[in-house]
Write a protein of this length. Sequence first.
Length: 321
Amino acid sequence: MSENGEKKEKDLKKEAKELFKVFYEKTKDFQKATAQTIKEMSDKTFKGVQPSKEKVKEITEGIVEGIQETRKQMGDKLETVLKTLQDLTAKATAGVMDILSGVIEGVEEATEKERSEECLRYIKERRSVTFFDPQKEVSEDTVREIINIATLTPSSYNLQPWEVIVVKDKETKKKLKEVCNNQQKVEDASVDLVVIANLRAAEEHVDKILDSWTELGYISPDQRENLRKQILEEWKSPEKKKRKAIRDTAMFAMSIMIVARHFGLETHPLEGFDEQRLKKLLGIGKDRIVVLIISMGYKDPQKELPPRAYRYKFEEFGRLI
């Protein structure tokens, strides 16, 4: 074997390791990162050459080492992926395509399981935290991202009857605290999200929503006008529109609190406020209802959460018929 050939074989492991580090740093989507990495490895190192079993094993070992280093920055999210790749390395065969497809399939299965477990973890971890670190700020970009993700919440006819006022200014938070019965968490939280139900959502949103449905092929242009009349008719009743708007906005608020956990944030929903004073403070119209306020930020590291209070079991409140 020539000196250049030997050097190329030795560099395979290093290249695989570095490629994986780059891709994992650039994306949170493990499956996409893995597929991109393997494709780039193939393009840059194989170039039509069928590597030996030893070369393939070296590459997969490089991937494992790259993940091990990246794991230090990303916590335990890569544990399942790492084990999958270690198992594949131990069983490496001479067929490079078998190895590559095995890596992809293994990571796809692992990441799907991790996504499911991660979602449940965020739901289980959510607590109504009463003490925030007033020195630690949440960036505006993070707040926007959380809210944008939460807009995936379902709503009647997709009318999305919610609005949010993000209170971040310190002086305004002090005034908001007074309106909220002087609850200190309102001032200490990095931001307070005033979540509002829009009673005029049907009139204000229906055309944009139906335009989208028509463009996407959900409905035909001929169906549009009849559906528009139907939606507006359903929102004529004061009681119905109030129920629809509050219900959908409350689900949106819950989504915010779960998504916030993904970003390492804590939340506390509160209803202890003077709505009329709050509307006057923030300039909220009469055709809007303040459903709740969500204080959001980082937990005070000096304080510990008490154990979770009692939760009723299904057998105590549910029926299966």
